[in-house]
Design a protein around this ligand. Structure first.
Ligand SMILES: Cc1cc2nc3c(=O)[nH]c(=O)nc-3n(C[C@H](O)[C@H](O)[C@H](O)COP(=O)(O)OP(=O)(O)OC[C@H]3O[C@@H](n4cnc5c(N)ncnc54)[C@H](O)[C@@H]3O)c2cc1C
Length: 402
């Protein structure tokens, strides 16, 4: 029985907001999830998920059976040589349906929405103002109506209004990179199944990965290069992606060629410098609002889902009329999430610099080191996946009502 009269309001129905709503409902709190658009819909297509978000989704009651293609990941040099083999323990692979699963975003949304209890999600509702008055938060909506909330979670993405409200304006950090990606269900010879094949030449990354989508096997791919954010985007994504894919061995070029026109997308890559604190009073942040991340981590959505799970654990059994208890719960949430997400955001930022912004004269030296020493193996093959897998223990026994 929930003793709190006011709901927990979550702003934004992306992976962070949906996960927070599901987790809070599971532990007996009363979430309301507000989305400004007419429906909760993904802003992109390609996606991979690590084991911790899969564990979190399962705990929230989301069906993860056959959600994606189980993949093993290698970083390779341009001659196909393995520079790093991403190590995920066998028992983890077995327990979570694969080390790194490849899927399409709409399927993740569909499954999370299918688990959403009736009445939690309210669409076409934009939040325009917040006032934390100590005993609660007044949430003002675009039509000037208000909702009284016990706690507010800003899961409103990289351009978060809530982050600005709590911590003031911050510049977006331009990585001066862009990524063009797509997917195909065509049968292409030479594709290594259930692998993420991530290859770098001197200045471009070209990658493909198996996916499952609605019971179908397919392949997603992307190319990533330096790009001035002030420059016009390429006019023809297929031709531009092909010009980059040609530089790589294997089936990348054929994958781009067989991609349907509507299945191409381009994103400039940017994040924001990580914050040292997310929560203030009764308001907190989750997902990209807290830790926008370069896709070099392939973990932004995964971390967003982890935030929601942790909020569920920390707010389980909390009486929202007890301000001190609310603040203590949100402080614990910050303590559990900030170090891990900051490390991943910064690593992704640095990888982008090393692979795409090294001065031309240093690139042969860099590549010699990456080809002939265990440096990359230690960082992206062991340290980073080790940190991510360690989250499985950090997450504890699950979402339980206190
Ligand atoms: C090319 C690319 C590849 C990526 N690949 C991966 C990957 O492989 N694995 C991975 O884990 N992550 C990946 N990511 C990162 C991932 O996409 C993001 O981290 C994730 O979508 C963030 O989710 P979110 O819920 O925080 O924000 P969003 O998905 O941005 O959702 C925010 C929501 O808030 C709503 N909203 C905003 N303001 C308001 C308001 N005032 N009122 C009401 N609603 C509001 C928006 O409409 C939106 O629906 C990738 C990102 C990119 C660009």
């Amino acid at each position: 029985m929930n003793p709190n009269p006011d709901p927990i309001v979550i702003i934004g129905a992306g992976p962070a907001g949906m996960a927070t709503a599901l987790a809070l409902h599971k532990v007996g709190q009363r979430p309301i999830l507000l989305e400004r658009y007419r429906e909760a819909r993904p802003a992109g297509n390609i996606l991979n998920l690590w084991p911790p978000p899969i564990k979190a989704l399962q705990e929230m009651g989301v069906d993860t059976v056959d959600l994606g293609a189980p993949c093993h990941t290698t970083f390779r040099g341009i001659k196909g040589n393995i520079r790093a083999d991403v190590k995920i323990p066998r028992d983890v692979v077995d327990a979570y349906g694969g080390g790194f699963i490849g899927l399409l975003r709409p399927e993740l949304y569909r499954r999370m929405l299918a688990a959403m209890p009736e009445g939690v999600l309210r669409t076409h509702v934009e939040v325009v103002g917040l006032d934390d008055h100590g005993d609660g938060v007044t949430v003002t909506l675009g039509d000037d109506s208000v909702i009284d909330a016990g706690v507010v979670v800003g899961a409103d993405g990289i351009d978060s209004m809530v982050r600005g409200h709590l911590w003031g304006p911050s510049e977006k950090r331009e990585h001066k990179l862009h990524i063009i990606g797509g997917y195909t269900f065509a049968a292409i010879p030479g594709v290594e199944r259930n692998e993420v094949v991530l290859t770098h030449d001197r200045s471009v990354q070209g990658t493909y990965s198996s996916i499952r989508d609605n019971g179908r096997d397919g392949i997603q791919w992307w190319v990533l290069e330096a790009w001035d954010p002030a420059a016009e985007p390429p006019t023809d994504l297929r031709q531009h992606a092909l010009s980059l894919a040609r530089r790589f061995p294997g089936p990348l070029r054929a994958l781009v060629q067989s991609t349907e026109p509507g299945h191409f997308q381009r994103w400039p890559i940017r994040d924001r410098k990580p914050l040292r604190q997310w929560s203030k009073g009764r308001i907190t942040l989750a997902g990209d609002a807290a830790h926008a991340t370069s896709p070099y981590a392939a973990y932004g959505a995964g971390m967003s889902i982890g935030d929601g799970y942790t909020l569920g654990q920390e707010l389980a059994g909390i009486d929202l009329s007890d301000t001190a208890a609310v603040i203590a719960a949100l402080t614990r949430y910050d303590e559990r999430r900030i170090a891990h997400t900051t490390s991943q955001v910064q690593q992704a930022f640095v990888l982008g610099k090393v692979f795409h912004h090294a001065p031309a004269f240093l690139r042969p030296v860099r590549d010699f080191i990456l080809d002939s020493t265990p440096m990359l193996q230690k960082q992206v093959g062991e340290k980073s996946p080790g940190e991510i897998v360690a989250q499985l223990d950090e997450m504890g026994a699950g979402l339980v009502t206190r």
